[in-house]
Design a protein around this ligand. Structure first.
Ligand SMILES: Cc1cc2nc3c(=O)[nH]c(=O)nc-3n(C[C@H](O)[C@H](O)[C@H](O)COP(=O)(O)O)c2cc1C
Length: 229
């Protein structure tokens, strides 16, 4: 559905509860379990148009912001890169890459520039900005770590919502999430950080399952007396 279609507004607000609505504490959903059991990222370099319509994107962003957030600080914000801005950002990132990596070999440079190409190729990129707060008693009571975890949850919700909307995505940081010149180009404020870029579009090839941890590698059942204290 196109961004300007007559149903765009309805579609983007269709399933949003209103403040104070009574919601189910849990809801069985085989399709959600199936999606979470099989969802995979698609490498950013394989993501191309078409991307979500404006209404679909609105829905993805709304779900991205619907995450656990201790003391309701909203310690994240989303910068959406669309349309002609993709090429503008891509051009600026290519310049920054060249300015900041003057010593790399031609081969490395080509590879580096190819990776940056995702900003122009993917129809939608969402830069998730970790915007931890420290400007109120509530914010100061909330450790930075917790605020950053909430930004990570926002990234993951974006991936899940994107997949459930029928599009491919990858959460990427690369060098450009950490480069001050990129952060300045994107208008980050002092203290803000980039939790990731979520590239969104259509996969040119389906991903293969990758190795996942066996349960016993990452799950232990704690018993009293198992610690050294
Ligand atoms: C914070 C963060 C940053 C990441 N940055 C990159 C990156 O720069 N390049 C990359 O190839 N994968 C990166 N990944 C990994 C991919 O997003 C993804 O985890 C991997 O492709 C497999 O994901 P899947 O379990 O969704 O299939 C990053 C993951 C996280 C959590």
């Amino acid at each position: 559905m196109g961004a300007q279609g007559p149903d765009a507004t309805d579609a983007s607000t269709a399933s949003s509860p209103a403040l104070g609505d009574s919601l189910s504490a849990s809801r069985s959903s085989e399709s959600t379990l199936e999606l979470l059991n099989t969802r995979r990222s698609t490498l950013a370099r394989l993501i191309r148009p078409p991307g979500p319509s404006r209404a679909e994107l609105d829905g993805i962003l709304r779900i991205g912001a619907r995450v656990p957030d201790h003391r309701r600080l909203e310690p994240w914000r989303f910068l959406v890169i669309l349309g002609a801005e993709r090429e503008r950002l891509h051009n600026r990132l290519s310049e920054i890459y060249t300015e900041t990596q003057p010593t790399v070999s031609d081969e490395e440079r080509e590879k580096g520039l190819e990776k940056i190409g995702s900003f122009a190729r993917a129809p939608v990129t969402i830069c998730v900005v970790s915007a931890a707060k420290n400007d109120s008693d509530q914010a100061r009571k909330t450790p930075l770590w917790e605020q950053q975890l909430s930004a990570g949850a926002a990234c993951q919700n974006l991936l899940i919502a994107t997949s459930a909307s029928g599009y491919a995505a990858q959460w990427v940081t690369e060098w450009y999430a950490y480069e001050p010149l990129v952060q300045r180009t994107l208008g980050l404020a002092e203290g803000e950080q980039i939790a990731g870029f979520v590239f969104i579009g259509t996969a040119t090839q389906n991903p293969l399952e990758r190795k996942r941890p066996e349960s016993d590698q990452v799950v232990q059942y704690w018993t009293a007396g198992s610690s050294s204290n």
